[in-house]
Design a binder for this molecule. Structure first.
Ligand code: HEC
Length: 152
């Protein structure tokens, strides 16, 4: 009897500590209506440059992993993410693009997501992508990166 109680206690504790990813319901990321669609779109449209794990290459294609959400913390950064050519000119409709961008932020840089993050809507990205950054993007990016809050 005692032995089976102890076993039960172990099972209860083990279930309680299951990784969050196993317990989360699919589609619970704010602004992400279909996470598997976002993953497929990322594989088809983005990972050739940004790599499957978002690590980029630190020469021509910047990493997203562990850094991309820092843009949300500087003035103009939110708009920048919707206007970089890789995002703005990809051939996905606005709804799929919003699904993908929100997913990429949570997937690759959950640690820097602002607590009060408002997900991108299709309408917002539709507006931003009408005005893609061109040659000015390097200087704009450098200015934003220089304004990042120091990492604790
Ligand atoms: C041809 C290579 C290429 C592809 C494809 C591409 N990107 Fe990028 N991405 C870049 C480069 C290079 C930058 C840096 C800004 C610039 O010069 O355009 C960038 C910047 C970004 C940024 C801003 C963060 C930063 O560090 O500058 C985001 C967000 C982003 N890309 C997301 C995406 C998403 C989402 C897709 C797929 C829909 C995508 N990119 C497709 C090359 C690419």
């Amino acid at each position: 009897m005692r032995r089976s109680l102890r076993l039960l206690a172990i099972i209860v504790v083990a279930a309680g500590t299951a990784p969050l990813s196993l317990r989360a319901e699919p589609g619970t990321l704010p602004g992400v209506y279909d996470a598997s669609q976002a993953h497929v779109d990322y594989m088809l449209k983005c990972q050739g440059c940004h790599r499957p794990d978002g690590s980029g290459d630190d020469r021509s294609n910047p990493p997203m992993r562990g850094v991309v959400a820092r843009f949300l913390g500087v003035p103009g950064g939110r708009e920048f993410l919707g206007r970089v050519p890789g995002v703005a000119t990809t051939n996905l409709d606005d709804a799929r693009l919003a699904n993908l961008v929100n997913w990429a932020l949570y997937r690759f840089d959950p640690g820097h997501m602002p607590a009060n993050f408002t997900p991108y809507t299709p309408a917002e990205l539709g507006r931003l992508r009408q005005d893609p950054l061109r040659l000015d993007r390097v200087a704009t990016r450098a200015r934003l990166v220089a304004g990042f809050a120091p990492d604790p």
